[in-house]
Design a protein around this ligand. Structure first.
Ligand code: FUC
Length: 937
């Protein structure tokens, strides 16, 4: 379909000046149809404003986000007096009383929830208001006035029109007929699972209530049933997140007791009435990242051919093109960092053909649209449970034709071309200041672009983006599927050789990082920058027991060091909030971070005590500060930012580690091997991370020539920390006790931290490495997206290229056809599937490929350390090594062909390949070339 119009498409693209990029087409995601689902839509972003482009023909939908729109507000996440329970919890764990320790910790040691002080009283008041069990519901509701909804709603009622973002009390009414031959029989009314409480009535009689996740089946005595019509009324109360009847259609039925086969289905149309949608805010440990709003572009209905939708990674621009009535229409989309706007540019190859209506809408119930001026529409919103407000401006510039802005929409009629510029902002300034003025920000940003033309804005965007993107390139050879649309390519990937799909995936990881994490903004969250749900999976926040860290694994090695700046800024914040947590919860100096944080930078333990009390978050973040120094040699960064934070994290552990009376070693307690095995004393991962922190602090203090006495303390502590242990199955023990279950395939492989990203276990500790390999085999090759991505890196560190490659192919398997079990893969838009979408797998996967091709964590830069047989030839330019080296290398028939090293810091360069190691002195800014035997040319 696309081939027919290639020539005309070229002409249209020429107008953009993007023919060159198009000619190098491998770095594109492309499709022959618009997106049906959110995970088909194509992401764009400037680190702050992100869009998901559906590219529909008669209606285009661009769902968008602004990075600082979250629920909640500044508050203290720490529990006053928690420290009193630290020793008692430790004692219970030492006595082998895990359940008691977890119970005590749950009650007294977890951080605070939002609104927890006022919720009990507020909800009692609210419950009273929405009615008692004696509510005369038959008189209250006249069915004829009620609207209808299709039940059940397995994904929650929020997906039904009119129910977006609804929490509260809703009545659902259904009439059904009981046949005469059911007379005298008791009836079972099956309602499946209901979130969160139901109060159910039949023919005006109250029949019961259930709360929680239970299956609802009510047995109704025969004398309460009418032969003929019956009226079922269910009041459903939902506190937050998904509401309503959430089981499948089969569970909604009515049947005589004992005769389920005769069931009459209750699925389908019900009447409903939203009684009250303002329940008191439900107490939450963490806040949720929020969608911002939606831009809809509505076009006249037309028959179209030659439809194509793409995302060009070389220019960070997306396109839609098609032919209708002999006219070629093209749209181009991008999110510009220099101009802080998202742009949608519409052209046709004949004059006067651009006519459309643009509308804004939002999932937030609390929003208004208004006319700003003759070219601009505005949207204002406020999040439901929180202090943040958002403003967005949509501005249009058209050539020819007519533009009309009403208080509801913008219409463009008969223009030659039109460009929409969209901006968005909130009142968030930082985690303790929400005094920003989003209106003023939007106004200024739109004012700043009004005197510029589209070409200039587009050029500035591409130039700015390419400063990052063009620092690295990769070519693994072209496979047979290289010219297929991306969705078809995903399906074929498992069955055929498609190396350029792997390079596309790695470059897509870099694209996503550049688009979601730019200097000056916040870091990439669990979904990067892109989220379309008011209650997204895991709050789309920052999970710090693997996920946030993994987001930044590719940054240094794939030459995007600057994209780590937002990561460093969240560490700056957390070192402050975590200082309070260290004092409140542990009576300790320095700072601590547990397994989750959010926009408001809470550092206290959250959720359940069996996994929320995990003390190594800060130490792991610090690992990446030190890595940044190793890659860049930036002493100013080390001195002013990294070292003080590393030192603070180390001070915490100097105080926190306790001596295990049985072994005499220092251990971390209470803590957890992330999300596995409950609250424990001395998980292996903690000790690996803490050792890493102390070692890096020692080296940093040496580089900076400071803190000699503190260094002595660290040295002593380092030598006393419980070592890695090998257990009875030859496995690396995950805990102090030898209790690993070799059949357990849990997604977290936390005790592998010492292999990757740490360096506790290397080829210099062969027994431990061997044990780690055994543990990896026991754990198996399946997992969630990020788990598989982690395994790519671990197998690469173990120099097992083929196993690493196998994991990479699993990461690239199609998510949309998976069994629904915990199995990672990719969606049509190549977003990583946990499932659901979670971006860490994209980043971890890109880093994993780098780890297969180059490693520099040891004494030398290892070239092609885990090259898989499936990638016998290729070349990379711009891959980075610790010590300030940037390498270009080429390989053929599985062997290095040539190499060039740029030295940015003038350090000694040691290179290792195929059993040979060489060492050369280098000068800053100079290039060094080598042949296949590492002979300098
Ligand atoms: C951790 C993981 C889950 C998920 C969540 C966001 O808790 O164990 O798999 O990735 O973070």
């Amino acid at each position: 379909m696309f081939m027919n119009s290639r020539k005309s498409f070229y002409i249209a693209m020429l107008m953009f000046g993007v023919v060159q990029a198009f000619a190098q087409q491998p770095l594109k995601l492309w499709y022959k149809q618009p997106a049906q689902k959110w995970t088909d839509a194509l992401p764009i972003g400037n680190g702050r404003i992100g869009g998901m482009i559906y590219g529909g023909v008669t209606e285009d939908h661009i769902q968008y986000n602004e990075q600082s729109l979250w629920t909640g507000g500044p508050r203290d996440y720490n529990r006053k007096g928690a420290v009193k329970y630290l020793e008692p919890i430790r004692k219970l764990l030492a006595d082998g009383k895990q359940a008691e320790a977890e119970a005590m910790a749950q009650q007294h040691f977890m951080g605070t929830k939002s609104d927890e002080a006022t919720y009990a009283a507020d909800s009692a008041k609210w419950f009273k208001m929405i009615g008692s069990y004696h509510l005369p519901q038959d008189e209250l509701f006249h069915d004829d006035n009620l609207k209808t909804i299709n039940l059940p709603t397995e994904q929650g009622w929020e997906v039904s029109p009119g129910f977006e973002g609804v929490d509260g009390a809703v009545w659902f009414i259904k009439h059904f007929n009981v046949p005469a031959d059911w007379k005298g029989k008791n009836l079972v009314i099956s309602l499946g699972r209901i979130r969160d409480i139901d109060r159910t009535w039949l023919n005006g009689d109250y029949i019961g209530t259930t709360s929680g996740n239970a299956y609802r089946k009510y047995i109704i005595p025969a004398n309460k049933i009418h032969i003929g019509e019956n009226r079922l009324a269910v009041q459903v109360i939902n506190f937050y997140d998904k509401g309503g009847f959430t089981s499948n259609a089969k569970t909604l039925s009515v049947y005589p007791e004992g005769s389920e086969n005769d069931a009459i289905s209750l699925a389908g149309e019900w009447k409903y009435f939203i009684q009250d949608d303002k329940p008191p805010a439900y107490p939450r440990y963490n806040a949720d990242y929020q969608p911002f709003a939606d831009l809809y572009l509505q076009f006249p209905k037309q028959e179209v051919t030659d439809y194509k939708r793409d995302l060009d990674l070389t220019t960070a621009t997306a396109h839609v093109s098609y032919k209708a009535d002999g006219v070629i229409y093209t749209r181009e989309y991008f999110s510009s960092a220099p101009d802080q706007v998202m742009a949608v540019h519409l052209i046709a190859d004949k004059p006067g053909k651009i006519s459309l209506k643009a509308l804004l809408g939002s999932l937030h119930k609390n929003y208004v649209i208004r006319k700003i001026d003759d070219h601009t529409l505005g949207l204002s919103l406020k999040v439901k449970d929180g202090v943040l407000r958002g403003v967005s401006y949509l501005h249009v510039q058209a050539m020819g034709g007519k533009v009309v802005v009403t208080p509801k929409n913008i219409s463009v009629t008969g223009a030659n071309e039109a460009t929409f510029y969209l901006t968005a902002a909130t009142n968030f300034k930082n985690y303790h200041d929400v005094s920003g003025n989003p209106e003023a920000i939007c106004k200024a940003q739109i004012a700043a672009i009004t005197h510029k033309n589209y070409a200039a804005i587009r050029d500035a965007h591409i130039k700015d983006y390419q400063r990052y993107f063009n620092t690295f390139s990769i070519d693994l050879g072209k496979g047979e599927n290289a010219d297929l649309p991306t969705d078809e390519r995903i399906l074929k990937f498992g069955q055929s050789v498609d190396p350029s799909f792997i390079s596309l995936y790695a470059q897509y990881g870099r694209y996503l990082l550049i688009s979601s994490s730019r200097p000056g903004n916040g870091p990439a969250n669990l979904q990067g920058l892109w989220n379309n749900l008011l209650t997204p999976p895991w709050g789309s926040k920052f999970t710090t027991n693997i996920n946030l860290q993994m987001n930044y694994w590719p940054a240094e090695v794939l030459n995007l060091s600057a994209c780590s700046q937002p990561f460093f800024s969240i560490v700056d914040d957390l070192s402050k909030t975590g200082h309070e947590t260290a004092a409140e919860h542990y009576g300790a100096p320095g700072w601590v971070l547990h397994h989750n944080t959010d926009l408001w930078r809470g550092a206290a333990p959250v959720n359940a005590s069996n996994h929320g009390i995990w003390v190594s978050g800060a130490a792991w973040l610090c690992h990446q500060l030190w890595e940044h120094y190793l890659y860049t040699g930036d002493k100013g960064f080390l001195q002013k930012r990294a070292y003080p934070e590393m030192k603070g994290a180390a001070e915490f552990f100097v105080h926190f580690l306790v001596k295990n009376p049985k072994t005499g070693y220092l251990i971390s307690t209470p803590s957890n091997s992330p999300e596995h095995g409950g609250l424990v004393a001395g998980p292996t991962m903690d000790h690996q991370i803490i050792r890493d922190l102390l070692k890096n602090c020692l080296e940093a203090a040496k580089v900076l020539n400071i803190d000699k006495a503190f260094a002595d303390t660290l040295k002593l502590k380092y030598s006393q920390i419980a070592p890695n242990k090998i257990g009875k199955y030859g496995q690396l023990q995950e805990w102090m006790e030898d209790k690993d279950d070799t059949t357990d395939t849990h997604r977290h492989v936390s005790h592998m931290w010492g292999v990757y990203p740490g360096t506790d276990i290397t080829f210099k500790t062969p027994e431990l490495l061997n044990a780690a390999e055994k543990s990896m085999k026991y754990r198996g090759d399946e997992g969630t997206g990020w788990s598989i991505a982690w395994k790519v890196n671990i197998w690469a560190r173990m120099h097992q290229g083929d196993h690493a490659y196998l994991m990479l192919t699993k990461l690239l398997s199609p998510a949309d056809v998976s069994s629904g079990k915990e199995k990672g893969g990719v969606y049509h838009n190549l977003f990583d599937a946990h499932p659901p979408f979670q971006i860490d797998g994209n980043f971890g996967g890109a880093a994993g490929l780098a780890e297969m091709l180059l490693q520099s964590q040891g004494d030398a830069i290892e070239l092609l350390p885990a090259l898989p047989t499936a990638l016998p030839q290729g070349s990379i330019k711009g891959i980075c090594a610790r010590g300030g080296f940037v390498l270009d290398l080429e390989w053929q028939n599985g062997r290095l062909k040539n190499l060039q090293v740029l030295s940015k810091l003038g350090k000694t360069c040691r290179l290792a390949y195929a059993g040979r190691t060489i060492s050369i002195e280098t000068q800053t800014g100079k290039n060094y070339r080598f042949d296949a035997d590492l002979k300098q040319l």
